[in-house]
Design a binder for this molecule. Structure first.
Ligand SMILES: C[S@@+](CC[C@H](N)C(=O)[O-])C[C@H]1O[C@@H](n2cnc3c(N)ncnc32)[C@H](O)[C@@H]1O
Length: 259
């Protein structure tokens, strides 16, 4: 699950990043972008122990506030929706985190390949799933990972907003290449309006300042994609999608590979 607010305390200094008119990290500034991708991974690795979810009263929300009731209600709707999607066969879950979504996917799938770059996230996911034999864990950076087989479905929750604009096409192309013909894609994330809860490094950019309970600050990729951008990039990569909003906070996407 994602944090809702941020107190904006940055614990260490980093060079300021430029941004292009679309709000992405500059295309020729690949070192900065790589550092941000690494810092995003490190932030979540360090955050695993204070990570919160919709069904367990554990962890803390960034900034210390508790989200409004509608946030929990809509979150539960997303989980129910994922179950209703009935993703069967071999399912790939990208950025599986502590397992709230893995748990749901494992109900209908024959197998779930749960990938995450954080060993601590995977450890917690395993504990939550009680070593469910359907679930195979992969500790990897998705950008570097070489898919080992074709999947009937790919799912990712609260992940696409951590993909920088300059890597979106590469990411979606890889998702498409992971899928069998007519394979399915289902994912969720926050609506663009959630940007107001973030402390952005540069207004309208795609870098957010996140702070852990112990005060350490991180720069994290946080790109609020518009529905049209999502539809277009997936279609360009052979996946037709339908994007729907919950009342206030989230969006839900279901898609199918067209070939
Ligand atoms: C916002 S959390 C979402 C976790 C889970 N899907 C959920 O909704 O509870 C983002 C997750 O992405 C993982 N992550 C960050 N960068 C990654 C990368 N490059 N490759 C794979 N996983 C990554 C983090 O470790 C973290 O578990």
């Amino acid at each position: 699950m994602v944090p809702t607010s941020n107190d904006g305390r940055a614990g260490h200094r980093q060079p300021r990043l430029g941004s292009n008119p679309q709000g992405s990290v500059l295309a020729d500034d690949s070192d900065s972008e790589n550092r941000l991708v690494e810092e995003t991974k490190e932030y979540y690795h360090q955050r695993a122990s204070q990570y919160v979810d919709w069904s367990h009263d554990t962890g803390t929300y960034e900034g210390g506030g508790t989200p409004e009731a509608s946030w929990f209600m809509e979150g539960k709707m997303l989980l129910e929706n994922l179950e209703k999607e009935k993703l069967t066969g071999n399912v790939l879950e990208i950025a599986c985190g502590t397992g709230e979504w893995t748990e749901v996917l494992a109900r209908n799938a024959d197998s779930v390949t749960a990938l995450d770059s954080s060993s601590d996230m995977i450890k917690r996911n395993k504990a939550r799933l009680k070593d469910n034999p359907k679930v195979r864990y992969v500790l990897a950076d998705f950008y570097d990972w070489k898919p080992d087989k074709l999947y009937d479905a790919v799912s990712f929750s609260f992940w696409i907003s951590h993909v920088p604009g300059s890597r979106l096409d590469e990411f979606v192309s890889k998702v498409s290449r992971c899928l069998v013909p007519s394979g399915r894609v289902v994912f969720v994330d926050q609506q663009v309006t959630a940007e107001k809860n973030e402390v952005m490094d540069v207004p309208g950019g795609e870098v957010s300042i996140r702070t852990l309970d112990d005060g350490r600050g991180f720069k994290v990729i946080k790109h609020f994609y518009k529905h049209e951008e999502i539809r277009e990039v997936f279609l360009r990569n052979g996946i037709r999608t339908r994007v729907s909003n919950t009342s206030t906070h989230f969006f839900f996407v279901d898609g199918r590979k067209t070939t």
